[in-house]
Write a protein that binds this ligand. Structure first.
Ligand SMILES: *Cc1c(COP(=O)(O)O)cnc(C)c1O
Length: 381
């Protein structure tokens, strides 16, 4: 029996698995910029590495940590969240059917509509939070992938991962979950039956708005996963070593940051729930949110740092409120230490399904009362 202590995920993240650099004893890992590695006398590379795409040792610790936090068999880092998502779609064959969320990260929907269609995929977009709709949408034998995002941008629709996995598997499909907004702090999709977990590590995992990165974690090392691995190796959508190093550094405070963001988001959601200038607060931590019950079961220790406000007075009022915030910065993206606000419909353009009175808030780690005061001022003017 091993005498290694079984450690909680918080501990694994804080210590980045406790790895110590073998050569120097360094607690912080080295960055390996080298693109190539010396060969043996016979021209082989033995047990060593060959070439940086995709054998750079700077990835190892971040990938091992993410596999551990998600409870998966293996993790691969990608150059962006979109590169990670695209790798999953590219394992499919022309004619394969995909079910994806009707509301969700717009880049994923846009990829499926353009490149997915060109690739020959048949895609149906349904509200994956609606178990009935999901069950109706899958075509047994033909559906190869169900893609869910939970909580999903920007209404924070909650998908029941266990139910979605059951539906997907019964139809012969795999379930992939974009868990960017939940992070492994709040949800571990593989434990609920997901086959693949995807993250835009650009968001909470890195957490400091200074790295673009993507993550896939697989439940098991199977044939579709081997194809994902080959796609990354052959296509080269790998992360640079400096970015991989920054990502690992960011993940050491992941639990502190996500819990702080979640606490403040809950406080803001409750504060603005009955505000006269706000017609609706969309947040899974509110009892009135349609996904609250599932979220309470599936999320552990909070409901995340993302919420949306629907502003009374429609699009013009929403845009004005957005223009008046000072502490909240007007910017795309989410999951950083600083709070961001955005009028989503303007960003997504004319084919957006997002209500035009909706403001998306990414709540950071600032003092919650400063954030509330900022929104109160913006709504009052
Ligand atoms: C940002 C984001 C993506 C895309 O990730 P990039 O790192 O920007 O390529 C995908 N899904 C969700 C939920 C996101 O927020």
């Amino acid at each position: 029996m091993s005498d290694e202590p079984t450690l909680r995920p918080e501990t694994l993240a804080a210590q980045a698995l406790g790895w110590i650099d073998v050569a120097t004893g360094a607690v912080a890992p080295p960055i390996h910029p080298s693109t190539t590695y010396v060969r043996d006398g016979d021209g082989g590379s033995g047990a060593r590495r060959g070439y940086t795409r995709d054998e750079n040792p700077t990835y190892d610790q971040a990938e091992a940590l993410l596999a551990a936090l998600e409870g998966g068999a293996e993790c691969l880092l990608f150059s962006s969240g979109m590169a990670a998502a695209a790798a999953v779609f590219q394992t499919l064959a022309p004619g394969d059917h995909v079910v994806a969320p009707s509301i969700g990260y717009h880049g994923v929907r846009a990829w499926l509509k353009t490149h997915g269609a060109h690739w020959g995929l048949a895609v149906d977009f349904v509200p994956t939070g609606d178990v009935e709709a999901l069950a109706q949408a899958v075509r047994p034998g033909r559906t190869k992938l169900v893609w869910a995002e939970t909580p999903g941008n920007p209404t924070w629709e909650v998908t029941d991962i266990a139910a979605a996995a059951e539906i997907a598997h019964a139809a012969g499909a795999r379930l992939a979950v974009d868990s960017t907004a939940a992070t492994p702090v709040l949800t571990r999709p593989i434990a609920h039956g997901a086959d693949i977990v995807m993250h835009s590590a650009t968001k909470y995992l890195n957490g400091h708005a200074d790295v673009l990165a993507g993550v896939l974690v697989t439940a098991r090392d199977d044939e579709p996963w081997r194809r994902v691995r080959a796609l990354r190796h052959d296509g080269g959508a790998v992360l640079g070593p400096f970015e991989a190093w920054l990502l690992l550094r960011g993940m050491r405070t992941l639990f502190l940051r996500v819990r702080a963001c979640s606490r403040s988001a809950q406080t803001l959601a409750e504060h603005f729930e009955r505000h006269p200038k706000v017609s609706r607060v969309l947040y899974p931590g509110l009892a009135g949110h349609p996904g609250h019950e599932v979220a309470a079961r599936q999320m552990d220790g909070g409901f995340g740092g993302m919420l949306s406000l629907r502003v009374a007075g429609g699009a013009p009022a929403a845009i004005e409120v957005c223009g008046r915030t000072k502490v909240f910065k007007r910017a795309t993206s989410l999951g950083g230490v600083e709070s961001l606000i955005e009028h989503r419909a303007s960003i997504e353009g004319p084919d957006s399904a997002v209500p035009d009175d909706l403001l998306r808030l990414s709540v950071g780690i600032e003092d919650a009362s400063d954030l509330i005061a900022d929104l109160e001022r913006a709504l009052a003017a």
